[in-house]
Design a protein around this ligand. Structure first.
Ligand code: NI
Length: 176
C-alpha cells in the first residue's frame, strides 16, 4: 500500500466514552482490520507517538500498534491483535503520557518485564518478551483495551485535577 492511501485518524481525547469501553476481540483479519491497523500506524507516526490502541481512534477493538522508533526502524514496529499479558515481573516507576491525554505526563508504576501473547496481522500467534520502556508501552496499550487510561494509575487527587482540566478545555471549546 502506498502512503497516499493512508489516513490520519482523529484521536479520541480524555472524556470520550469509547476510551472507557472494554474492547471487543478481533475474530477475523478482514481487509477493514488490515486497513485500520495501517491507518493506526500512520496516525501514531504522525502524532508522533510510540503506541496507539484502536479505541483511541474510536474503534472498540483489541488491536494495538507500538513503535519505539516512531517510524525510524521498520523492525521495531509491532502490530498485535488480541494482545494479552501472560507474565509480569518487577516494577519500574517512570513518566508516561498518552495521545488521548495530551499535555499530561506523570510517573506511573509498571512491571519491568512482561510476556505478551497476541496475533499478528498475517494471523500468526506470537509470544513476545519485553522489558523497560517496551514493557511499559505494552501495559499502557493493553490497559486501553480494558477501557483504562494511564491517569487511572494516579492518586485520586491527581485524577480529579486532570478531570477538571479536561472538563474546562471541553467547555471552553479549546482544542483538548
Ligand atoms: Ni495511551
Amino acid at each position: 500500500m502506498i502512503e497516499k492511501d493512508l489516513t490520519i485518524m482523529e484521536i479520541m481525547i480524555y472524556g470520550c466514552p469509547v476510551l472507557k469501553e472494554k474492547a471487543e476481540p478481533v475474530t477475523d483479519i478482514t481487509d477493514d482490520i488490515v486497513r485500520l491497523a495501517r491507518d493506526m500506524v500512520f496516525t501514531m507516526h504522525a502524532a508522533p507517538g510510540i503506541g496507539l490502541a484502536a479505541p483511541q481512534v474510536n474503534h472498540s477493538l483489541k488491536l494495538i500498534a507500538i513503535d519505539l522508533s516512531v517510524g525510524e526502524k521498520k523492525e521495531q514496529l509491532i502490530v498485535l491483535l488480541n494482545p494479552e499479558l501472560l507474565e509480569k515481573e518487577g516494577e519500574a516507576f517512570m513518566e508516561e503520557g498518552c495521545l488521548s491525554v495530551p499535555e499530561i505526563n506523570e510517573k506511573v508504576s509498571r512491571p519491568a518485564r512482561v510476556v505478551v501473547r497476541g496475533t499478528t496481522l498475517d494471523g500468526k500467534d506470537i509470544t513476545l518478551e519485553a522489558r523497560d520502556l517496551l514493557a511499559r508501552v505494552f501495559c499502557h496499550e493493553i490497559d486501553h483495551l480494558e477501557g483504562k487510561l494511564f491517569v487511572e494509575h494516579l492518586s485520586p487527587l491527581k485524577q480529579h485535577l486532570i478531570k477538571q482540566k479536561f472538563k474546562k478545555k471541553r467547555e471552553s471549546g479549546g482544542a483538548a
